[in-house]
Design a protein around this ligand. Structure first.
Ligand code: NI
Length: 254
């Protein structure tokens, strides 16, 4: 069994954990999971995220408005979320970003809400957790404009884009996608990426790595992602987990 697993991106507030949330979370430390960052997506899930971080010592909170929820989020929601950053278990502004694959919110509103939260993160001196799906150009333009500390999670770009993110001093979050049979780009990105810029993550309950793809993901599944990346990087699995653990602590100030 591995130890020291730091899952930098999960959604344990999701309804798919309603039946066994506490039982599952209580079991994770026995499976080598030492830290989890739970990410909110709107006011409601940001509040639930904060509550989880207060209940469990090993869970930390990222709060913010996701691209999907940008249209629904009101001014008062955004202001109420700003109040949550006063809590010391809140370590990042996230999950924020752009999603032009689903386009659940109009792009103009996605950009507005993303930009506002990038500015806020810089003001609060907090890192950002960025979601970018099929919006690489606009994402990079805003990251270059604001130069936040942070991570582009569930990275789906090219190795050229990864190099630009590294140049900005940011991190790349990699989860189950690198284990998928058709994972050409994530493998190329992992071959290129300096380990000191890598964070491990799940996006639980989504993005479950092979051989459990299609089932509900939890933070213990990171072991399979780490094994795949360690094979690509030709290093020991526990060593990779330890290095990524230190990267996460550095970025999130834990
Ligand atoms: Ni997510």
């Amino acid at each position: 069994m591995y130890k020291n697993i730091f899952d930098t991106h999960a959604h344990y507030d999701d309804g798919r954990f309603d039946d066994d949330r506490d039982e599952l979370l209580n079991s994770l430390t026995g499976k080598g999971v030492s830290h989890i960052i739970n990410c909110g997506c709107d006011l409601k899930s940001s509040k639930t995220t904060l509550a989880l971080s207060q209940k469990y010592a090993f869970i930390y909170a990222a709060v913010g408005v996701h691209a999907h929820e940008a249209e629904e989020a009101t001014e008062s929601d955004l202001l109420e979320i700003e109040e949550l950053y006063r809590n010391e278990k809140v370590v990042a502004v996230g999950e924020i970003g752009l999603d032009y694959h689903y386009d659940f919110s109009p792009r103009e509103r996605q950009l507005e809400v993303f930009e506002r939260q990038l500015a806020l993160a810089n003001k609060l001196e907090l890192p950002v957790i960025v979601h970018d799906r099929e919006a690489h150009e606009d994402t990079m333009n805003l990251l270059k404009k604001y130069k936040p500390k942070g991570v582009v999670h569930c990275f789906s770009g090219s190795k050229e884009m990864a190099a630009e993110i590294v140049k900005l001093g940011m991190y790349i979050g990699m989860g189950g996608a690198v284990t998928f049979k058709n994972a050409k780009r994530p493998v190329e990105v992992m071959e290129y990426l300096p380990i000191e810029r890598l964070l491990l993550e799940t996006d639980a309950p989504y993005m479950t790595p092979v051989p459990f793809r299609g089932t509900r993901c939890d933070s213990a599944h990171i072991a399979y992602t780490a094994e795949k990346i360690a094979e690509i990087k030709k290093i020991d699995v526990q060593q990779l987990i330890d290095l990524c653990h230190e990267n996460a602590k550095t970025l999130f100030g834990i």
